[in-house]
Design a protein around this ligand. Sequence first.
Ligand code: SF4
Length: 266
Amino acid sequence: MKDRFNRNITYLRISVTDRCNLRCTYCMPENGVECLTHSDLLTFEEIADFTKCAVSLGINKVRLTGGEPLVRKGITDLVRMIWNIEGVKDLSMTTNAVLLKQFAAQLKEAGLKRLNISLDTVDRDKFIQISRRDLLPDVLEGIDEAINCGFDKIKLNCVVEKNRNEPNALAVAEYAGSKELDVRFIRTMNLDTGEFWVVDGGIGGDCSICNRIRLSAKGDVLPCLFSDIGFSVREFGACEAIKMAVESKPQKGTLSRSHEFYNVGG
Ligand code: SF4
């Protein structure tokens, strides 16, 4: 499906939860947030039905995000349900890898193709400063397990203040090189003020070629991260909500006062 600016919308990012096992300073308050109730969250059946509808309208690439998707109970079942949808050509996940050692093999077996792993530093103290949790060893073990399980497409997402020449970013790039992994640098974004940049090493943030829509954890179809437009799947139905979202997709992002990174999946 094409939007009003002739962009081909083929990519769906699905936030499966607003919960996370980290408290990154640029994403979540220290004490966490009041999370959605279980009944607020879309069920796996609702997400799968939504994805079937999205595929029928031209989506072929799906990414699972959060919060942290691996904290959602039964996540490998959802991966299997989505990969079994005819027309899904690519299925990936963005994770902080804290639980990846436990899940990597199951996710691969269920059909997951690619992983983007959030890693802002390889220094343990700085990791604690950024994420407010002492879990870097778990993350690094998770990355090794994903490599051992044969995930061939693993990319590291490194959040930077300004650019890839910052000490943390240089160390993450060196670590990535030692593991033969790709790394992308994502400059810290601000939804309230509308500050965002094109991802260094990716295409995210380039509005001129934007091919994505999002499904939030509570079931709103969002045409753009930096906009407050959203259509409830439970109110309008999956296909109608998608069509309305694509028809109202802005030419470029401005700002959002209603979204948070942890409930729309960045
Ligand atoms: S700001 Fe909106 S239009 Fe621009 S790249 Fe992000 S989602 Fe696409």
